[in-house]
Design a protein. Structure first.
Lengths: 118, 116
């Protein structure tokens, strides 16, 4: 069975600085996808970034980027130039690829609460 | 564009009462639909998913059930609520394009259920 671990329950960062959130996962699959979701106080789950396991290049979305280390099964999220609006819970999630019988089910970590301080 | 609606936003129900949470998706056809639960201090756990009308798969044994009476409607139910059913319930959808699973899941705004 796949598992996702986020070892940092809470983190804080000063506005405009950079912060990295950690995520590790365990799977025997070779075809899968990894995601970071953001859940602000409104509780709406918002996709931040995704990574296909077959791609060696790390995904980037504006101020958000990942460090995907497939052999180490590590998938960290870097937030550059942190903004007050980045304050939220961040969840790392895993999904098996379609050829693994996936129906799009996501396996989530327990989340990291990020606070951006002015 | 596609949208997902989930209601009610909050609900307080006594132990032993029935439950019905509804989720509808607009702007797409034949989506995969999901119900997740988020307990306090924990991540999201998949409860049910559906790949088509009347097709429901359960991921964990529980006091809840799900139904999909229409293509874009997904309902979470219980005949008798337990205190342990309290939590934040999220509906989500994803879609297949040309037989390939679109990897992005879109979430509703959630329902906070408190069983008292």
């Amino acid at each position: 069975a796949q598992t996702v671990t986020q070892s940092q329950p809470e983190m804080s960062v000063q506005e405009a600085e950079t912060v990295t959130l950690s995520c590790t996962y365990d799977t025997s699959e070779n075809n899968y996808y990894l995601f970071w979701y953001k859940q602000p106080p409104s509780r709406q789950m918002i996709l931040v970034i995704r990574q296909e396991a077959y791609k060696q290049q790390n995904a980037t979305e504006n101020r958000f980027s990942v460090n995907f280390q497939k052999a180490a099964k590590s998938f960290s999220l870097k937030i550059s130039d942190s903004q007050l609006g980045d304050t939220a819970m961040y969840f790392c999630a895993f999904m098996r690829g379609q050829y693994g019988g996936s129906q799009g089910n996501l396996i989530f970590g327990k989340g990291t609460k990020l606070s951006v301080k002015p | 564009s596609q949208t997902i609606h989930q209601w009610p936003a909050t609900l307080v129900q006594p132990v032993g009462s029935p439950l019905s949470l509804e989720c509808t998706v607009e702007g797409t056809s034949n989506p995969n639909l999901y119900w997740y639960r988020q307990a306090a201090g924990r991540g999201l756990q998949l409860l049910f998913y559906s790949v088509g009308i009347g097709q429901i798969s359960s991921e964990v044994p529980q006091n809840l059930s799900a139904s999909r009476p229409q293509d874009r409607q997904f309902i979470l139910s219980s005949k008798k609520l337990l205190l342990s059913d309290s939590g934040f319930y999220l509906c989500a959808w994803s879609i297949q394009w040309g037989g390939l699973l679109n990897t992005e899941a879109f979430f509703g705004q959630g329902t906070r259920l408190t069983v008292v």
